[in-house]
Design a protein around this ligand. Structure first.
Ligand code: HEC
Ligand code: HEC
Ligand code: HEC
Ligand code: HEC
Ligand code: HEC
Ligand code: HEC
Ligand code: HEC
Ligand code: HEC
Length: 425
């Protein structure tokens, strides 16, 4: 029975028709006949063969069937750093016959090749990272949706389909994305198991780009690391900065993040990116913005950001998956040293670390007054800008400390607690 089912599946998947350009196993990173899947223990099987993941040979050869679901060669989930996908995506040749190097989004899209994370395994490893998507929670979350996942699912397939995912770039361990080597590696979780070929990958077709998400509003691609003439995600020049070359990350992330995740310890969810939600989303800033290039102050109200402009998808050296490199530079202190956002403050441990993220796009006192020693100081925007929210009086009503914790007022869904009624995110 099992053997027959797998043989049929093999034929179906291998010959499944699709639109030109489109998703197919042979055009996927895993199915590539030169650089696709290959396990050293599987001599005799060509590179890219399904058997490098599914032990169909075991059943075909009459050996008792594999103990793992879907006849995979390894468990769907053991721990945050141990599951079938991470047998190969760990930058070693312990299992895979070729070390698979992978990079952060800050590296691939941001072009920040100074990032040292070199495998998917380390990107999720919370002994290396400050924060990471919790794969056990992802697994339990997708199982509670009616998207066709089950207890044998591996958490990575919440976001990637191993039969169609492409490299972006492919077989280029040490290169950022380039406009001539694009591929698409995401599948929307809510489209899991869909038999419609246009659902196999997300971002590869028109209607699935950031430019489609924003409609008549504006997506402005951030700068590439160290550049003011090339842009995310693929180093294109100023002729392509409207998100037409970026997968619609917002629709992708919001498949899950439109849910209340307080049961996973996230109290600022659901994330509301709609016209009645956050100003960084479809809702508009009001009264003016104090912003750096490539954004323009005169276009305030129209900008819509992508989740991945600020967040890593897997893990990061900062809390809350905040990227280390944002809009052309990494988060750093006034001496140029790397700064990590390790906490955003409490009543006993005040912190303005979050400001190192904001200042990648917004004007702080150093930028406004042209004085580097005012880096990450925020008096101008709160007290002097034309649309400043606060008059300087009764200092103690707000300044219980110098500085004040930014997250008293700035977080997803926030409205100013000091009564101006302004939305502050
Ligand atoms: C990189 C590893 C990998 C490779 C290579 C791979 N698969 Fe899979 N396959 C998986 C995983 C993981 C699942 C479980 C997916 C899930 O839970 O929905 C799966 C599920 C399946 C399923 C059952 C669920 C479904 O999607 O219908 C079939 C059938 C299947 N694979 C066939 C194939 C065939 C045929 C090939 C080669 C053409 C292949 N696979 C190559 C990892 C792989
Ligand atoms: C919450 C969704 C999500 C989950 C879960 C997830 N990924 Fe990803 N992954 C992404 C996104 C988003 C990207 C960046 C896509 C882009 O660059 O367009 C990415 C990128 C990648 C890349 C490319 C890295 C590079 O070198 O550029 C690989 C490989 C990958 N993921 C594998 C995995 C594996 C293996 C797992 C499970 C251990 C996993 N992912 C879990 C969303 C996810
Ligand atoms: C498959 C569902 C799913 C998708 C898709 C998804 N997430 Fe999540 N995300 C979760 C779950 C579940 C949690 C709660 C568990 C945890 O903290 O990892 C979470 C947590 C987070 C957190 C808090 C992390 C922390 O340290 O507590 C951030 C930030 C986040 N997601 C951002 C994103 C972004 C950005 C994307 C799109 C690139 C995305 N997520 C896509 C399910 C998802
Ligand atoms: C048998 C080894 C093996 C396993 C198991 C495996 N992969 Fe891969 N994966 C590869 C290879 C080889 C590539 C192509 C790498 C390259 O571009 O050099 C790849 C590429 C990818 C890519 C495209 C981005 C890139 O690195 O080019 C994604 C996404 C991905 N894998 C996700 C997964 C997920 C999710 C799973 C588990 C369901 C998985 N892989 C399991 C070997 C494996
Ligand atoms: C301008 C930068 C920025 C953008 C763009 C952004 N985020 Fe965030 N995100 C943050 C910051 C800062 C935090 C930490 C404060 C907080 O918890 O809200 C955060 C926290 C989160 C959390 C944890 C919320 C919690 O309950 O603590 C999730 C989930 C999340 N973001 C998802 C998303 C998604 C999904 C998108 C796109 C729709 C997105 N973010 C876009 C900066 C950003
Ligand atoms: C990647 C760039 C980027 C980052 C990082 C960023 N912002 Fe923004 N922010 C913008 C843009 C662009 C707008 C204008 C949105 C619009 O036009 O609707 C904006 C708007 C705002 C507004 C609305 C202002 C008004 O007048 O209505 C506030 C408040 C704000 N940001 C706070 C923050 C804080 C706090 C941080 C750090 C935690 C931050 N931003 C990080 C790009 C960014
Ligand atoms: C309604 C609230 C509020 C009142 C009242 C207020 N401030 Fe502020 N002030 C802020 C906020 C918010 C910031 C930005 C966060 C930060 O820098 O700590 C800020 C920033 C500053 C900064 C930069 C501080 C730093 O360490 O980076 C100075 C200086 C400052 N205010 C002076 C004053 C003085 C002096 C008064 C009283 C005459 C005053 N403020 C009254 C809210 C207030
Ligand atoms: C007491 C509440 C409060 C605190 C604390 C606070 N802010 Fe603000 N912040 C505001 C308000 C209100 C606005 C104005 C929003 C608007 O323009 O509608 C604002 C605006 C901003 C803006 C957007 C400026 C623009 O228009 O482009 C940034 C960036 C910012 N704050 C950063 C910070 C940072 C960094 C910290 C921590 C050091 C901080 N804030 C602390 C209330 C606060």
């Amino acid at each position: 029975m099992r053997v027959v089912a797998w043989m049929v599946a093999f034929v179906l998947l291998a010959v499944a028709p699709g639109p030109a350009l489109a998703a197919s196993y042979t055009s996927s990173a895993h199915g590539d006949s030169s650089y696709g899947v290959s396990r050293s223990s599987m001599s005799g099987y060509s590179t890219g063969n399904c058997a490098h993941c599914h032990e169909i040979h075991a059943s075909v050869g009459g050996v008792t069937s594999t103990p793992y679901p879907y006849a995979l060669f390894y468990s769907n989930y053991v721990s945050q750093t141990d599951m079938v996908c991470l047998q190969c995506h760990d930058n070693t040749t312990t299992v895979s016959s070729r070390a698979i190097t992978n990079r952060s989004y800050s590296y691939r899209a941001g072009g920040w090749t100074g990032d040292t994370i070199s495998s998917v395994k380390s990107s999720f490893d919370t002994s290396v990272q400050k924060s990471a998507h919790n794969l056990s929670d992802i697994l339990s979350f997708i199982q509670t949706q009616s998207w066709g996942f089950n207890s044998s699912s591996t958490p990575c397939i919440a976001c990637h389909n191993p039969h169609y995912a492409q490299g972006d770039p492919f077989n280029a361990p040490n290169s950022p994305k380039t406009s001539s080597t694009r591929g698409w590696l995401l599948t929307r979780p809510s489209k899991h198991g869909s038999t419609n070929p246009s659902d196999f990958l997300w971002g590869d077709e028109s209607g699935e780009k950031m430019s489609d998400y924003v409609g008549s509003l504006t997506y402005q691609a951030p700068y590439r690391y160290g550049s003011t003439s090339t842009y995310e995600p693929d180093g294109s020049s100023s002729t392509t900065t409207n998100g037409s070359n970026l997968a619609d990350m917002n629709t992708f992330c919001l498949d899950c993040h439109s849910s209340d995740m307080s049961s996973y310890g996230l109290n600022n969810t659901p994330i509301d990116w709609s016209t009645s939600g956050d100003k960084h989303g479809l809702a508009g800033a009001d009264g003016g913005i104090d912003i750096k290039a490539p954004y323009s102050g005169s276009n305030y109200g129209a900008y819509v950001l992508a989740c991945t402009d600020c967040h890593e998808p897997h893990g990061s050296p900062n809390i809350m998956l905040i990227r280390q490199e944002v809009n052309g530079d990494y988060l750093k202190d006034s001496s140029g040293n790397l700064v990590h956002i390790t906490n955003y403050g409490s009543s006993t441990n005040v912190s303005n670390q979050l400001g190192y993220l904001c200042r990648r796009c917004h004007i702080d006192d150093a930028d406004y007054y042209g004085n580097p020693s005012y880096q990450n100081r925020w008096e101008y925007v709160h007290h002097y800008a034309p649309d400043h929210p606060y008059t300087r009086r009764q200092c103690g009503a707000c300044h219980y400390s110098w500085p004040i914790n930014c997250t008293d007022c700035h977080y997803h869904g926030a409205v100013d607690p000091k009564g101006t009624g302004r939305k502050t995110f």
